[in-house]
Design a protein around this ligand. Structure first.
Ligand code: BLA
Length: 276
């Protein structure tokens, strides 16, 4: 937060009414929330969960205002004590597999950063075809057993990636073209809609807080904007999930898991078609 405040003016956002006195079911579970906005930031929010001697979670994301086509900062760290499941990325707002202009604009300069960490924090194994579309060529997707050295590397990667994002924010100029703003808003809404429905963290939240509270945390805190930034539904964006009776398939993937290795080469080209 200090680092963020150096470059912008953060204004604290109140927690949604229903979450003000939220409580985990188990007294051994502590959690902490933060949320802010800033001139170029629609929502910066963080959720930390700690279960004594067991689990630790950080879910930290920054969503730009629709006037900016900046990537979405995404740090999702889950630790069960032994096993760590990590996603750290500047999630692209627009497709970087087919849209070269967007990819070049934000990621070309960051490729060396991605390369610095891709050996230290190696690819975490098969990823779903759906998730890969939300990730950038510099994504850190990794799993490791806890050790001080791995945690140090991850913390350093977190600092480097976040500084890189702050720098992009600093340089970003406001879009004035109404169509482009709409395009940015819809892309962010699609992202929020995806994560509010399919985030792998949901079962954990449900276990800790119960179904109702977990839904509230997801829709009005973690992915706030899902109900206000656009009108389209999950099935409008992701029709492949529609069941015969019109409901949403509750599987996380309909495409299946692929991408056993990093589907980006060192120049940032997508090479996943060979595996996918
Ligand atoms: C697993 N979390 C995963 C996996 C991914 C992510 C890719 C591997 C399983 C899979 O491929 O679905 C994270 N996936 C993401 C992210 C995006 C995405 C960030 O598509 C963004 C677009 N993880 C959390 C939080 C918790 C958590 C907050 O971020 C818990 C509160 C838990 N993630 C968690 C657990 C697993 C997991 C327990 C392993 C279990 C599983 O795979 O279902």
């Amino acid at each position: 937060m200090e680092e963020t405040q150096r470059g912008t003016h953060l204004v604290s956002l109140p927690l949604p009414e229903k979450l003000r006195c939220m409580k985990a079911k188990d007294d051994n579970v502590a959690f902490h929330t933060l949320s802010f906005q800033a001139p170029k930031i629609r929502l910066l929010r963080s959720l930390v969960i700690e279960e004594r001697h067991k689990m630790q979670v950080l879910d930290f994301a920054v969503f730009p205002k629709p006037e900016f086509d900046l990537p979405i900062f995404c740090a999702n760290f889950f630790s069960s004590g032994q096993l760590n499941i990590i996603v750290l990325d500047l999630n692209p707002l627009h497709d970087v597999i087919t849209q070269m202009v967007y990819k070049e604009k934000y990621y070309k300069k960051l490729l060396p950063l991605g390369e610095k960490y891709c050996e230290l924090l190696p690819w975490g194994g098969k990823l779903t075809g759906e998730s890969i579309r939300f990730f950038s060529p510099i994504v850190i997707w990794t799993k490791f057993t806890s050790s001080q050295s791995k945690h140090d590397i991850l913390y350093s990667a977190f600092q480097d990636y976040y500084k890189a994002w702050l720098e992009l924010m600093d340089q970003a100029t406001e879009e004035t073209d109404a169509l482009q703003i709409l395009h940015n808003r819809e892309a962010q809404h699609k992202y929020l809609t995806w994560r509010a429905e399919k985030d792998p963290g949901y079962p954990v939240l449900k276990k800790l807080f119960g179904d109702n509270l977990a839904k509230e945390i997801t829709r009005s805190f973690l992915f706030d904007g899902v109900a206000s930034l656009g009108d389209k539904s999950f099935l409008d964006y992701f029709p492949g999930y529609e069941c015969e009776d019109g409901t949403i398939n509750n599987k996380r993937t309909v495409v299946g898991k692929s991408f056993q290795t990093r589907p980006w080469n060192t120049t940032g080209d997508f090479i996943g078609y060979e595996f996918g």
